[in-house]
Ligand binder design. Sequence first.
Ligand code: CP3
Length: 334
Amino acid sequence: MKLVNKIPIWFMRQAGRYLPEYMELRSKNSDFLKLCFDPDLASEISLQPIKRFDLDFIILFSDILVIPHALGQEVKFLKNHGPLLKCITSKRDLNYASLNKSLDKISNIFETLKILHAKKRKKNLIGFCGGPFTVLNYMVEGGTSKTHSKIKTFIKDNKNEATDIIKIITEISIEYLKRQIKSGADYIQIFESWAGLLEKEEYIDFIIKPNQQISEEIKEFSKNTKIIHFPRGSRKNYKTFAEEVKCDVMSLDLTYPKELPSILREKGITVQGNLDPQELLKDGERVEEKTKEVLDKFKKNNHIFNLSHGILPKTKISNIEKVIKVVRDYETSK
Ligand code: CP3
């Protein structure tokens, strides 16, 4: 008999604005951060995509920008604009007294995870944080930037200050993740969404080193917790990342070098990814084709099906359903 492997599937940003049930809840709760800190509502939102699609992973509903909030920076989410932070240029701009005091401000998130842990049945529960450089990027830019000129200048002209702040972010992120694990997370994902902005020495200092520290300390704390790294946009540096940072799973966008899947296979690292979320805005037939292409591309790898970045708000539910059906019907025999 042929052994059949089913490919697990979830979507980055699966709990979000493309879902009518999310939009309904959101319309009654105008303060996004407050929603993240309400364990009953946040757990309900985390479970919305599971109830609708029966996905294999539950991801905590929260945001990577709860860490700047915990560090005393003003963080707001404006309607149709995204995040707005009061820019910092020095660690003195932060109101950071101690790790424990900072984490106390966001401790409701651990309550959300405990609720999800109690309800997860056979699903895997994912906790997460932002990669330290990505979090620093938002803290310095004050929001989503097109040019990233502030962060680029900051790390060039004030390398020591940037390194100090990265150390603080790394330290609090590690403690934050440990408490997520204690509260029931089986997997943790580190979203280093802006890794692609850096090259060479800066990539080593600001991407590799902090992520290495996170992985090492988390594995030491809990060797059974699976770590998913997502150094988005890393291009050839995906290889450097895979060489240097302990990962159980590497989430890939569209920029990875073509030899990477075989390198990951040799290292026993699972591939996560990588359907382009733009494809989900197109018609159904093409969605099926593109989904199959991704499945075929990674058929020799251990694979968790996902996107190359988050689901876009205009995505049709029927396209998500198509992708799931194609993945569920696909059979591999490794
Ligand atoms: O994936 C999930 O479903 C879990 C929840 C989750 C959110 N944000 C909820 C959210 C996760 C894992 C994140 C991660 C996150 N947040 C990242 C890393 C992944 C990536 O997209 O690169 C980043 C960079 C952020 C920061 C952030 N939060 C931005 C730039 C924005 C605005 C733009 C956007 O994509 O919506 C947010 C807002 C946000 N975070 C929303 C949600 C559901 C939309 C808020 C709303 O309801 O208005």
